[in-house]
Design a protein around this ligand. Structure first.
Ligand code: AMP
Ligand code: GLY
Length: 453
């Protein structure tokens, strides 16, 4: 079984490993030289190109006789890589261009939920008209969130009270989007600001059946204590029972129901969704609310779930393609995971490029941790940093605490200049999340918060 993988980050490294260990041979299209993926594919089986060069990738994969493809990142899905590959006879794990709009257009996602009356909706307003935008902001009672309607790697989202300190700041940011554009988008989505704790549920989807994976808590802020700019993600954790310390079974099930309803709504509108559907939610005092959907695995969230997958991943991909997920029992190990990203110093602001890094992979694996290479290049002595994330470390244990300790001990075997969020997976941060939800729930029942803190 020959599989085309598109993308060269740590998410794609674990995807490659999960396929390879189940007997697949890997060919890869990526715009960097991920040393971990290259070790599995071999250099002859790599096409170096931007991952959005979809017709070149399709031609190359066709010549290489790929049996199927899996797309790691969103940009090629947005420009129709799955359509292109399927047109040359390569079935693909990843939605076609139309259903991928669930990620590519935040407005499409919100309006689909509205059209189909799907739970988890929030107040929103979209416009490219500056005076309508000003009126909306001036008239609003609560805090707002402003987003360009399309893909900006999460970096276009600005939250009042956080990045925007007044209505004037919000109006100015809205003006920047509508008049100057951000990421090529002139339309701005204004949302009510949600308060609570975020979590992620990723599902395998074959067009009809939806198979949820363990919940993951992801941390986007660059600095400890959830401070600093938003990034692609600094780390994440999952709990052995598939829930989170602040998330109940019922809340998990309600969130999965939302994803199921989205897949049905897409089907109803004529779009078959095949691939991974990622739901990002916020648990609030008014229940589960949707922040957004992604059309692929999260990075780092992919490392939390695939490191627990017990079922053959090649078979899971085949079931997604064939529409047979309903017949397969997909199993995850009942373990906790903590993923911490090693990033270049200054990541999120002014990252230090071309810094040497050395990794003692053997010693890290002896500890029971796994490492996945992200956007690093190979150098004579070891690795060289780029401006993106460098290495994902995954600790696996019975409890989150054990998994965190394993991940943290691994850091001693990585040398060089780097940053990491030591607080991810630590009891103190997790307790603050439990407290936050506890206080929100009490506040919604009008019980004084001071009495329980
Ligand atoms: P997104 O790119 O939509 O995932 O947004 C990036 C981050 O912005 C999310 O992880 C949230 O922390 C924050 N965010 C987005 N939308 C909202 C919202 N409506 N209320 C509060 N925070 C939000
Ligand atoms: N970690 C967030 C994402 O992959 O979109």
């Amino acid at each position: 079984m020959k599989v085309l993988l598109v993308g060269g980050g740590a998410r794609e490294h674990i995807i490659a490993e999960s396929l390879y260990k189940n007997g697949a041979s890997i060919i890869v299209a990526m715009n960097n030289s991920n040393p971990g993926i290259l070790k599995l594919s071999g250099r002859d089986n790599m096409l170096a190109c931007p991952e959005t060069n979809v017709s070149d990738i399709a031609k190359w994969a066709c010549n290489k006789k790929a049996d199927f493809a899996i797309i790691g990142l969103e940009a090629p899905l947005g420009v129709g890589i799955s359509d292109e590959l399927e047109n040359v006879g390569i079935p693909t794990v990843g939605p076609r261009k139309e259903p991928a709009k669930i990620e590519m257009s935040k407005l499409f996602a919100r309006s689909l939920m509205k059209r189909h009356n799907i739970p988890g909706q929030i107040e929103y307003f979209a416009t490219n008209d500056i005076s309508a935008l000003n009126d909306h902001i001036i008239d609003s009672d609560g805090e707002l969130v402003l987003k360009p309607i399309g893909l900006t790697d999460g970096k276009g989202v600005k939250v009042m009270g956080d990045h925007l300190l007044s209505k004037e700041d919000a109006i100015e940011y809205g003006r920047t989007i509508t008049e100057e554009s951000i990421g090529g988008f002139h339309e701005v989505l204004i949302e009510e600001k949600l308060y609570g704790e975020e979590f992620v549920i990723q599902c395998f989807v074959d067009g009809v059946h939806v198979v949820p994976m363990p919940t993951v808590k992801d941390y986007k802020r660059a600095h400890e204590g959830n401070k600093g700019p938003n990034t692609g993600g600094m780390g994440s954790y999952s709990q052995a029972d598939g829930l989170l310390p602040f998330l109940s079974k019922e809340e998990y099930q309600n969130s999965v129901d939302i994803i199921e309803q989205v897949v049905l709504a897409l089907k109803d509108e004529g779009y078959e969704y095949k691939g991974i559907l990622y739901g990002q939610f916020m648990l609030t005092n008014k229940g589960i609310k949707v922040i957004e959907f992604n059309s692929r695995f999260g990075d780092p969230e992919c490392m939390n779930v695939l490191s627990l997958l017990k079922t053959n991943f090649v078979d899971v991909c085949r079931d997604i393609i064939n529409g047979t997920l309903g017949k397969t029992q997909i199993e995850f190990a009942k373990k906790s995971t903590v993923c911490k990203y090693i990033v270049p110093k200054g990541y999120g602001e002014t990252p230090l490029e071309n810094e040497e890094m050395c990794v003692d992979k053997g010693r890290i694996e002896e500890l029971g941790a796994k490492i996945y290479f992200a956007k690093v290049n190979k150098s004579e002595k070891g690795l060289l940093t780029t401006t993106s994330r460098s290495i994902g470390i995954v600790g696996i244990g019975g409890t989150i605490e054990e998994a965190e300790e394993i991940a943290e001990k691994s850091i001693a075997f990585i040398s060089g200049e780097f940053s990491i969020r030591h607080d991810i997976g630590k009891t103190e941060l997790i307790n603050s999340e439990i407290r936050n939800i506890h206080n929100l729930k009490l506040a919604s029942e009008n019980i004084p918060v001071a009495s329980i803190s």
